[in-house]
Ligand binder design. Structure first.
Ligand SMILES: NC(=O)c1ccc[n+]([C@@H]2O[C@H](COP(=O)([O-])OP(=O)(O)OC[C@H]3O[C@@H](n4cnc5c(N)ncnc54)[C@H](OP(=O)(O)O)[C@@H]3O)[C@@H](O)[C@H]2O)c1
Length: 208
């Protein structure tokens, strides 16, 4: 498949790029710092640009089968970036609609699971990361209101542990005791859900 990866220089993004190329997909990355993808230079198409700018995004999206996003504000999140995910969603949904590309898999946050008791994800999010909860909620609402074929992947705490392929997935909830997952396993799930055209217009909880 022809895949566009956003947030490709981040922890999850690098795993998306690595695993998607290993699985034989043709990958494009739109990034602000191309040098961070140096080791992939010969294997993927690297475009430099501002992914928050709809006019820059649209021509890059054209011709792809799907978009995968590991984009998110760098932590600690500054006040200036309090609405970054919302801004991203407005730009991306508009650009994808105009470019005629419908499929998108977006990494969101498990803090949005109001129905999770163990861990009490929503409560923890509201207490310790209220800005992230508000911004990610706005992002998901914008995708939800679009006509796109989206999947929202909500992981709990991300780790740098290696790929295991042993993770749990549930639609509409965070699996019980879902405290952590490696970025490598999140990327694996995101690529497979694109390949299988599964969980379209669904919110999904993933954890090890
Ligand atoms: N940290 C956690 O435990 C956790 C848990 C659940 C969900 N999440 C969510 O999962 C997603 C991925 O997290 P991660 O830790 O793997 O990502 P990350 O390493 O923080 O990488 C973020 C990516 O977004 C890009 N980015 C950030 N601000 C940007 C801007 N203003 N303009 C253009 N690009 C920008 C970064 O580009 P640069 O390389 O150029 O900075 C990078 O490629 C995020 O949405 C995060 O909120 C995180």
């Amino acid at each position: 498949m022809k895949l566009l990866v956003l947030g490709a220089t981040g922890g999850t993004g690098l795993e998306l790029v690595r695993q998607a190329t290993e699985r034989g997909h043709s990958v494009t990355a739109l990034v602000r710092s191309p040098e961070r993808l140096g080791s992939f230079r010969d294997r993927i198409a690297i475009k430099q640009g501002d992914l928050l700018n709809r006019a820059e995004l649209e021509p890059v999206i054209k011709g792809h089968d799907a978009v995968l996003s590991g984009f998110g504000p760098r932590v600690p999140v500054s006040k200036a970036e309090a609405h970054l995910l919302e801004q991203f969603a407005v730009g991306l949904t508009g650009a994808m609609t105009r470019a005629g590309v419908r499929r998108v898999v977006v990494e969101s946050v498990a803090f949005l699971f109001r129905n999770s008791i163990l861990p009490p994800a929503y409560l923890l999010g509201r207490l310790f990361f209220p800005r992230t909860v508000a911004d990610a909620s706005a992002m998901e609402r914008i995708f939800g209101e679009s006509q796109l074929d989206w999947t929202m992947v909500r992981p709990p705490g991300l780790t740098e542990k290696p790929f295991t392929g042993r993770y749990r997935v549930r639609e509409g909830r965070l699996p019980l005791f879902g405290f952590k997952i490696s970025r490598a396993d999140v990327a694996d799930y995101m690529i497979k859900t694109v390949e299988n055209a599964s969980s379209i217009r669904k919110v999904v909880g993933v954890c090890n």
